[in-house]
Design a protein around this ligand. Sequence first.
Ligand code: FSO
Ligand code: SF4
Length: 547
Amino acid sequence: MFCFQCQEAAKGSGCTIQGVCGKTSEVANLQDLLLYTLKGISIFAQRGRGLGITDPATEKFITGSMFATITNANFTPEHFTARIREGLALRDQWRNRLDSAGAEAALSGHDAALWTAGTDEDLLLKAQEVGVLATEHEDIRSLRELLTYGLKGMAAYMEHAAVLGYVEPDAQAFMEKGLASVLDDTLSGDELTALVLECGKMGVAVMALLDRANTSTYGNPEITKVNIGVGTRPGILISGHDLKDMESLLKQTEGTGVDVYTHSEMLPAHYYPAFKKYSHFVGNYGNAWWKQNEEFASFNGPILMTTNCIVPPKDSYINRLYTTGHTGFPGVQHIAAGENEEKDFTAIIEQAKNCEPPTELETGEIVGGFAHAAVMSVADQVVEAVQSGAIKQFFVMAGCDGRMKSRNYYTDFAAELPGDTVILTAGCAKYKYNKLALGEIGGIPRVLDAGQCNDSYSLVVIAMKLKEVFGLADINDLPIAYNIAWYEQKAVIVLLALLHLGVKNIHLGPTLPAFLSPNVAKVLVDTFGISGITTVKEDMEHFIAAV
Ligand code: FSO
Ligand code: SF4
């Protein structure tokens, strides 16, 4: 195996024996082969689209498969073997369809368009030929992988929008174009760079789409205090990002005597009006994804993982853990859904009834729900605070949390920010400072949480609005600094989206991606002013001097 798609890549260069995330070499290789299969399908699907032929089943297969290969989403080898076989059948159907239409696809002679499956052992052998290192040129490899990881993140957001009935055909078309392009040896570094930037543009469109899907379905997030303590009844803990699963679980648990709590990235569900009406939706339990080994053990009740961010479970709670959607782990029960049917969470609810209530970890409340509509509703207050000098600077500290000790930088940075600054956050990065007593400025909390990682879109909408209010020509003229933490591939699409929107001088940490070759990193530094982090003191001085 060779995998370097996330921030925790071994030794800052890549996992080669087993993933730091717990992914086995077998699963890593099968994920590579699934990606290769998707590229093969895309050769034909892209051509078909050019002829006006599209196929919703193919689109769903591609986005779902991309999602399943995101860090910490799915650890089950059989899941990938089955998907590869299904994908090859789809690819061959496409080829036949194009043959009958008398159309030839570019790259139709490529091995990705032609290879056949054989036995499961054959799949593992084939997988070894098609991984990341199959591209020898370091910069081309870096650009291909940067594009691929951006597409993976985009696929996750497309999937969340799609389950709510929202699709963006241009993004789907770009997904196929991007996947086919990484097979094309004739593309230059500049052409691949252009595709990477185009991916950022599509990322903005998809995050806007998901924002529309979420807010049209569940209302605009509202400023909300969320309980972080526990009740006295048994509970179900729900994690991940899927709001449709959240809704189904709340509906199905109503009146059962079982409470529902969020973990990690599901915290922002509390901000949506549609979910506030459930009195058994009690609070948020624990912290970011990487603390789940301890926190799932002490929760005492069943846990539902709706999307990525699974840590290999401990025996103490594996029989209380459930996956759904594209997530999976060997030995963990999976709740599937029939086509257009609501998922049935009865098994989880029945198990919960016999569990002890959660063990209390902490008490109190945290506040969030500062997505664009809520911030706009207090825009006058914010603008006045900036004009009076009460707020001197905003710090976008969106992104991810993770296991590495070096991430304590973000807690220290938040704690040491001057009292006239405000943090704008989204994603699980917030857990590094959302329980610090950072206070308020004229009634505005100093940590404004917009929501999940995709709600970084909200932060950009807010920045655009402030630019307009202050009559500035450039978003970079605002007193906003970007000190972003990343972990997995959704953060890659968020980063590319910010670059597309013209945001400059983003600091990215705790380390720069292992998949950026020195030359590709240089392009990002020279063009967009991207840099890593240093020490809290040095970075703070730098940021504060910049306003
Ligand atoms: Fe991932 Fe990052 Fe959304 Fe976290 S991008 S790690 S769990 O912020 O949140 O999925
Ligand atoms: Fe390693 Fe991250 Fe890949 Fe897991 S996803 S194998 S931790 S680089």
